[in-house]
Design a binder for this molecule. Sequence first.
Ligand code: AVI
Length: 310
Amino acid sequence: MADVMAETLDDFGQAALTGLSQKQKTMPARFFYDDRGSALFEEITRLPEYYVTRAETALLKTHADEIARHAGAGRPVVEFGAGSATKTPTLLRATEAPVYVPIDISGDFLLESMETLGKAVPGLQIVPLAGDFTEEVPLPSLDGPVTGFFPGSTIGNFDHARALDLLRQFRRQLGTDARLVIGMDTRKNPRMLEAAYDDSAGVTAAFNLNLLERMNRELDGTIPVDAFEHRAIWHDALGRIEMHLVATRAVTFRVAGRTFSMEEGESIHTENSHKYTLEEARLMARASGWEPRAYWSDNDATFGVHVWAA
Ligand code: AVI
């Protein structure tokens, strides 16, 4: 029975079986974003402790003209992951982009962002591309050199090797004389980081725990969610915040037809969010075939917006 089920499992089911079978149990962070997870993430972006979205939006607005000068005016803009209604129009208007190509796995998200952007930037031609931006989806043929946009510090959710692969892939996809506008979170006081990933209202905890609820909903799971606690830990040597779901007592449960057991204190590692110094960010650019051109941050170096050139 278990094997019959395993054969018909989708990506999420396969990842759950693989991740829960490892010694350090793990789940890829991309599975946070079902409808409930996406709504919780939207809430996270408005939390007082989660500085990331506010800091990046402020930088994009404050330095819009300079960013546009380095990113190139009048070019098509390709965004990896569909854009938020606050960040993307700022860049599109400042660079006077004629064409916008949002790439996102969720067709619904694309439709929504097209509607919002159509209103926010009149005259813009929008060419949505439904697909996983981590896979090398071919771009439509575009006139002239292209500017890529990868905001939100999403690059931080990939481990170093995957991050470099992805940046090389962008370089190949965007082509000759491309620019990349990329938002990267910075290393900072661990207390500030841990608060951002373990907020006092418990929204990030709910976001993390939703992964277990999703397994119960979609994979016939019997996980006792109340036996798990959210934890966010700064790992200095690796330069990243790790999110875990820690079992507060010994548990046995079923997911997708298989049985798993966890000891008290054992965890499922659900996310890494890497933070980069300016030096590290520049090294990553060079190691992936890009040339760092310009960088903006606020006085406290809360966040970094970079422009790289092909
Ligand atoms: C989407 N990503 C950049 C977020 C981050 O900060 O790593 C996801 C997140 N996880 C917890 N809070 C926000």
